[in-house]
Design a protein around this ligand. Structure first.
Ligand SMILES: NC(=O)c1ccc[n+]([C@@H]2O[C@H](COP(=O)([O-])OP(=O)(O)OC[C@H]3O[C@@H](n4cnc5c(N)ncnc54)[C@H](OP(=O)(O)O)[C@@H]3O)[C@@H](O)[C@H]2O)c1
Length: 271
């Protein structure tokens, strides 16, 4: 991460809850001086107070970056604190779900470079994936700067169009919850077939984590990895015949789940 400009001009973080703290921890670890960070948060956590950053003090005039990490429903209340920084040299980055670039432009001015990003909860262990898109004022250098900052919580991907953000929300934003539910139900199924609860949970968690790690590390497509572990007429094939059933299995179920989340994301951004 190129932190020298941010270190020199400063970074303002609006809202330092789960997502804000995960990012801040990464930046400080990468060498961003605590004195270069200004945090606005009504109830700073003990962890935040121990970091040596500026908390709820007057802001620098032209910080390199203003990062917005408050809940979308707090946005109206929180944005006035940084509104005066709009229309200058500061790059705005928002990780708030459902708040559009146009909403920020209305508050900050359309001449403000703004990047909208959608992270996910594995950010807490630096294994998140964040999709990002900038408004027409955001330059390539701005996107690169945002990617550098967001890489503190995992991988980043660029979108071509803001409308993709709803489907991104349906796949990676909400996706960790689908996988948590997979772990829960896999463990419950193990219990139903005679395993003690703790053992079933351990097997389910490690299987999902291990398969995820293998899918990330392998050159083969996940479909091929699946084929590799499916011997004809074996145990895996017996299970996959249930799971891969066109109407009753994963294909239709996940399609409907992602559709529901995507539609809800569209509705929320209109509210
Ligand atoms: N968590 C995720 O996995 C995830 C994924 C994708 C996107 N996001 C987005 O990330 C954003 C932050 O989520 P989060 O999970 O980090 O939420 P969070 O833990 O609730 O953090 C929000 C922080 O903002 C503070 N805050 C509230 N009102 C404020 C104000 N007027 N001015 C400044 N700060 C204020 C909150 O303080 P109090 O706690 O004292 O109210 C809290 O510390 C959300 O917009 C969410 O959509 C989160």
């Amino acid at each position: 991460m190129n932190i020298s400009r941010v270190a020199e001009q400063g970074l303002v973080l609006l809202g330092c809850g789960k997502m804000g703290s995960a990012m801040l921890a990464g930046w400080l670890e990468h060498g961003l001086p605590a004195a270069s960070v200004w945090v606005i948060d009504p109830y700073p956590s003990d962890w935040l107070k121990a970091q040596g950053v500026n908390i709820n003090t007057p802001l620098p005039e032209s910080p390199a970056v203003v990062l917005v990490a408050v809940k979308p429903q707090m946005m109206g209340e929180a944005l006035p604190a940084i509104q005066a920084l709009g229309g200058g040299d500061s790059l705005f980055i928002s990780v708030a779900a459902g708040t559009s670039l146009a909403t920020f432009e209305n508050v900050l001015g359309a001449d403000t470079p703004i990047i909208r990003a959608m992270p996910n909860t594995p950010a807490a262990v630096r294994q998140g994936i964040t999709a990002l898109i900038g408004n027409s004022e955001a330059s390539d250098a701005d996107i690169v700067l945002a990617e550098g900052l967001l890489s503190a919580i995992g991988e980043t991907v660029r979108l071509d169009d803001e409308t993709q953000m709803d489907a991104v929300t349906g796949v990676s934003g909400s996706g960790p919850a689908y996988v948590f539910h997979l772990i829960e139900t896999l463990a419950q199924a193990g219990e139903a077939h005679g395993l003690p609860p703790e053992l079933a949970m351990k097997l389910a968690k490690s299987t999902v984590a291990g398969a995820g790690a293998l899918a990330m590390a392998a050159d083969e497509h996940p479909s091929q990895l699946r084929v590799n572990v499916t011997s004809p007429n074996g145990t895996t094939q017996a299970a996959l015949e249930v799971l891969m059933h066109e109407e009753e299995g994963f294909p239709d179920l996940l399609h409907r789940a992602v559709k529901a989340a995507t539609n809800r994301s569209k509705e929320l951004s209109r509210e």
